[in-house]
Design a binder for this molecule. Structure first.
Ligand code: URA
Length: 445
């Protein structure tokens, strides 16, 4: 494998042919191409980009570097949701059991926290005993029995992407639209899906804050899905403030359980229903998004959605009693209010500062080998636009010790900006994107 020649060609603005991508990614997954050459190629792609044919070829090459789930024997549609990442984004925990109860199979493959953003796997693993690394035959069995499995990327799925992604994180080449699109879609296509819904975040706490870049990413992934016979719908959603109130691991699980019981914060429920409606329509369970929403409301009010979550937890080795008694989740030793330092209006609740603050409390990683403390984090009740008085509680700090409480106070003082007036926050959902293009969001279900 002449990797050097390919790097040089890409660096000079040239293109790499499909057979070359295939050979390169096979050799990389087999350990025959060193990381330093792949890092150089990733940087060349970051600056030069990929054309449509190259993007499809790279995605295929990463997809076929490993195994795929064959779920064709399942009658129901198979739809996953992917979020580009945020703070307080616990939608997957609520959505997966909810959509499964409503008749669509959800083979949900999630990731760990990255940078300032939280990860679904870390949240799930705060449930005592919960295992996210399941052998593929067990995943299939669980999908047959419960319609849902909540797993991480196994060694068998897209191994070339797994290696390349870790390398990109270390070489500042994550924020490349073709590399992000190929990385996400290679894993999603390996799940044997009949549809995919994307939650593309925008705003200051998103990896790609600008609307145009978010739209470009959505369109790129939709095109890749279309090339592989997997319809993709994307919603562009706000990450200029955290989603819901809880930001951390165990406390986000608790908020998700409340949501499955019909007691979730309004923004979390609105986004969950919007994404879920797309999944149910794509999966063929309902004809319209309105009907889908009604079905999800019944799944929650009947207790079936919470019960399905409980059974999924049990099947994956976790303690199912957390659903009835969330106090069984890891609890922080220290828990203190944070109050408004002055009268005014909440101008900002900055997700990046909160995400980094969780890491400072021990709830996130600065290197892959870090062990996280699932109990720490913040519950932020203040929302942009709220009028507040000095001394009024704006949130709660969950920490390991007094030093953590101090660090948490400093985080919230940075993150929650109180001013004399404030610009309106971004709309929670601003656009819906399909193969036909992007349209402003009007539908609220
Ligand atoms: N998530 C992924 O799986 N890959 C990326 O490149 C970015 C986010």
């Amino acid at each position: 494998m002449e990797a050097r020649a390919l790097i040089e060609r890409k660096r000079n603005g040239g293109r790499i042919a499909p057979a070359e991508w295939r050979a390169l990614m096979q050799a990389y997954a087999a350990g025959e191409v060193p990381d330093y050459q792949m890092a150089a190629l990733a940087m060349a792609i970051y600056f030069v980009g990929l054309d449509r044919e190259e993007l499809v070829a790279l995605t295929d090459a990463m997809l076929t570097s490993g195994a795929s789930l064959d779920l064709t024997h399942l009658r129901a549609g198979r739809v996953d949701k992917h979020s580009t990442g945020g703070v307080g984004d616990k939608v997957s925990l609520v959505l997966a059991p909810l959509v499964a109860v409503c008749g669509v199979v959800v083979p949900m493959m999630s990731g760990r926290g990255l940078g300032h953003t939280g990860g679904t796997l870390d949240k799930l693993e705060s449930i005592p005993g919960f295992r996210t690394a399941l052998p593929l035959p067990q995943v299939i069995q669980q999908l047959e029995a419960l319609g849902c499995a909540l797993i991480g990327q196994t060694a068998e799925i897209a191994p070339a992407d797994k290696r390349l992604y870790a390398l990109r994180d270390a070489t500042a080449t994550v924020e490349s639209i073709p590399l992000i699109a190929a990385s996400i879609m290679s894993k999603k296509l390996a799940e044997g899906l009949t549809g995919l819904v994307l939650d593309v975040k925008r705003g200051s706490g998103a990896f790609l804050p600008e609307l145009e870049r978010g739209l470009a990413l959505a369109e790129t992934m939709i095109a890749l899905g279309a090339d592989h016979g997997c319809p993709v719908v994307a919603l562009l959603t706000a990450m200029d403030r955290p989603l819901g109130r809880a930001c951390g691991n165990a406390i986000e699980v608790e908020e998700s359980i409340n949501a499955l019981r019909g007691e979730g914060p309004a923004d979390l429920m609105q986004l969950t229903f919007a994404l879920g409606a797309e999944m149910l329509v794509l999966g063929g369970a309902t004809a319209t998004r309105d009907e889908a929403r009604r079905r999800m409301e019944v799944a929650i009010s009947s207790g079936k959605a919470a019960e399905r979550f409980q059974r999924i937890i049990e099947a994956q080795g976790g303690d199912p009693r957390v659903v009835d008694d969330p106090s069984r989740l890891p609890q922080a030793a220290e828990c203190e209010w944070y109050v408004a330092p002055r009268d005014g209006v909440v101008a900002q609740v900055e997700p990046r500062a909160i995400g980094h603050g969780i890491t400072a409390l021990g709830g996130g990683r600065t290197k892959v080998s870090d062990v996280i403390d699932p109990s720490v984090g913040f519950v932020v009740t203040a929302r942009p636009g709220d009028i507040v008085r000095a001394g009024e509680p704006l949130g709660t700090i969950f920490a390991r010790d007094a030093a953590g409480v101090m660090s948490g106070r400093a985080t919230l003082a940075r993150a929650i900006v109180i001013a004399d007036d404030a610009d309106p926050p971004l709309p929670l959902i601003s656009h819906r994107v399909t193969e036909a293009g992007a349209t402003p969001w009007e539908h609220d279900s």
